[in-house]
Design a protein around this ligand. Structure first.
Ligand code: ATP
Ligand code: MG
Length: 138
């Protein structure tokens, strides 16, 4: 059994896509074991995306992630890290497969609606960044 962190990013929340993203998780038998709405500060976004601090888009993506509320969730299931990444689609929505969340809804390489952890180690860090044990059910 694996866990992963999912975020419905500020563009997804402001465009009314919370229900649609959650519907896709549930339709694909992905179990949600924790969920809340947060409004990240710039510093919190910088901490979350610290692995990207040397990248040219770091300033911009942390501005974006602190520009409005997000929904953060912990997903649980067999192979859920890869399964969630598959449902999300490629970072650049123009390269994302048909029927993926980013292909269907992203508007920009940065404003790409959802985040998903990319490996067990990043999932563990990202889940503990937003949730304590008492907030995770199941
Ligand atoms: P995420 O980590 O958000 O799930 P990802 O793993 O598909 O996305 P990363 O390479 O980790 O992609 O990049 C993190 C985020 O930074 C992207 O989702 C996107 O919002 C932004 N980003 C990535 N590459 C670029 C880029 N070339 N220009 C602008 N923003 C970018
Ligand atoms: Mg990533």
């Amino acid at each position: 059994m694996e866990r992963t962190l999912s975020i419905i990013k500020p563009d997804g929340v402001s465009r009314g896509l919370i229900g649609e993203v959650i519907r896709r998780f549930e339709a694909n038998k992905i179990k949600i074991v924790a969920m809340k709405m947060i409004y990240m500060t710039k510093a919190q976004a910088q901490g979350f995306y610290a692995v990207h601090k040397e990248r040219p888009f770091f300033g911009s993506v942390t501005d974006f992630m602190s520009s409005g509320p997000s929904v953060v969730m912990v997903l649980e299931g067999e192979n859920v890290i890869a399964k969630n990444r598959e449902l999300m689609g490629a970072t650049d929505f123009r390269k994302a497969a048909e029927g993926t969340i980013r292909r269907d809804f992203a508007t920009d390489i940065e404003k790409n609606v959802v985040h998903g952890s990319d490996a067990p180690e990043t999932a563990a860090f990202e889940i503990s960044y937003f949730f304590n044990r008492l907030e995770i059910t199941g």
